[in-house]
Design a binder for this molecule. Structure first.
Ligand SMILES: NC(=O)c1ccc[n+]([C@@H]2O[C@H](COP(=O)([O-])OP(=O)(O)OC[C@H]3O[C@@H](n4cnc5c(N)ncnc54)[C@H](OP(=O)(O)O)[C@@H]3O)[C@@H](O)[C@H]2O)c1
Length: 245
């Protein structure tokens, strides 16, 4: 019997991990909806490389209402959705603690993330199935003197995904939730960062994330060795951690 292709939307598909996830999901036969601000990158560079049908649209998470509308437009074009990946995020080392930069980061990484997560949950509840994936970070697990807003935003993402998963389990709903915590992955976001280690290339990271999505893992560490770091961090008393950092 012929298999019905699965349908995935990636929010933040124009570069880096999001674009690599699009390529990997497409190789595995998914029909794709792609959202981001840089539509030219998606239409001219990404879509020609994809093996399966795809639809791209403008999405700016600074404007949650119009992003939700764009999500519904994509779902309409694909005629359904099984998987939503919320990948959009901005980094921000902010030694000066500038308020505007911090607020923008929070609007995208926190409010934008939560807005799309809520809408996906509502859609999946209504249709009785679905899979929500959020791209958090190992940064969620520790503080940082210059990345306070970024690390805190990723702590929000991971904690929120954990809480939604608990809620879904209690209610017996048929919705999966995967929290992805990358360590360092070489992308436009990190290419200037000279202090990285255990750096994964973006194609390998995407393969691993999609493997974990398909096995419905609750938490995905990318690359896998970061699981050990996460475990050590979970054991470390806060006072000791704060002294080391
Ligand atoms: N690279 C790493 O080492 C690493 C490690 C841990 C976690 N992460 C997380 O992985 C995710 C992807 O990052 P990346 O490394 O692949 O960086 P990237 O290449 O800069 O990708 C960021 C993506 O987010 C989208 N985005 C940014 N602002 C947006 C907005 N206002 N509305 C909608 N989309 C927006 C961008 O699209 P447009 O600019 O076209 O809108 C782009 O597609 C982020 O959440 C990041 O925090 C990355």
């Amino acid at each position: 019997m012929e298999q019905i292709p699965r349908k995935a939307v990636i929010i933040g598909a124009s570069s880096g991990i999001g674009a690599a996830l699009a390529e990997e999901l497409s190789r595995r036969g998914y029909i794709l909806g792609l959202g981001a601000r840089r539509t030219e990158l998606m239409e001219k560079e990404l879509q020609p490389r994809l093996a399966s049908p795809s639809y791209a649209t403008f999405m700016d998470l600074m404007d949650i209402e119009s992003s939700i509308q764009a999500l519904h437009d994509l779902i309409g074009q694909m005629d359904g959705i099984d998987l939503l990946v919320i990948n959009s995020g901005v980094s921000g080392s902010s030694p000066g603690m500038e308020r505007e930069a911090t607020e923008n980061l929070i609007r995208i990484n926190v409010l934008g993330f939560a807005g799309m997560l809520h809408e996906a949950y509502r859609i999946f509840q209504k249709q009785g199935h679905g899979h929500i994936v959020g791209i958090s970070s190992i940064a969620a697990l520790l503080p940082h003197p210059n990345g306070s807003a970024y690390n805190a935003s990723k702590a929000f993402v991971s904690n929120y995904l954990d809480s939604i998963r608990l809620r879904i389990r209690r209610r017996g709903e048929n919705i999966s939730v995967t929290d992805v915590l990358p360590g360092y992955v070489l992308t436009p976001m990190t290419e200037e960062n000279k202090r990285m280690f255990w750096v994964a290339n973006v194609e390998k990271a995407a393969r691993q994330i999609v493997d974990d999505i398909e096995s419905k893992r609750a938490v995905s560490y990318v690359s896998r060795r970061w699981r050990l770091v996460a475990w050590l961090l979970s054991l470390m008393p806060r006072a000791i951690l704060n002294r080391i950092l």
